[in-house]
Write a new protein. Structure first.
Length: 95
């Protein structure tokens, strides 16, 4: 039931923001959540490749993590990537 709700909500986000058509979501509730490589804290969710993994057990928290991971992915694609490309071009120009 939670998996279906997450999939429906992801489709709604994809339609609303006209992005992320290649993304899918997997709900993997577990006691031993994967750890963040930087802080060694348990992760509630993460994007790996084209999949958003959600590790929270409860539906409300799982939906919140879906929103967080989707928007983090969207910001990364729409802002960070073009910004890095611009900075790299400026560095090339200066050199």
């Amino acid at each position: 039931m939670v998996q279906e709700k997450l999939e429906a909500e992801l489709r709604r986000l994809q339609e609303k923001f006209k992005a992320g058509w290649n993304l899918k979501v997997r709900w993997l509730p577990c006691e031993n959540k994967p750890k963040s490589p930087l802080a060694n804290n348990p992760l509630s969710g993460q994007v790996v490749g084209n999949t958003i993994y959600i590790y929270e057990k409860e539906e409300p928290q799982a939906l919140n993590i879906l929103y967080h991971e989707f928007f983090d992915w969207l910001i990364s694609i729409r802002i960070e990537k073009p910004y890095k490309q611009l900075v790299n071009k400026l560095i090339e120009y200066i050199e």
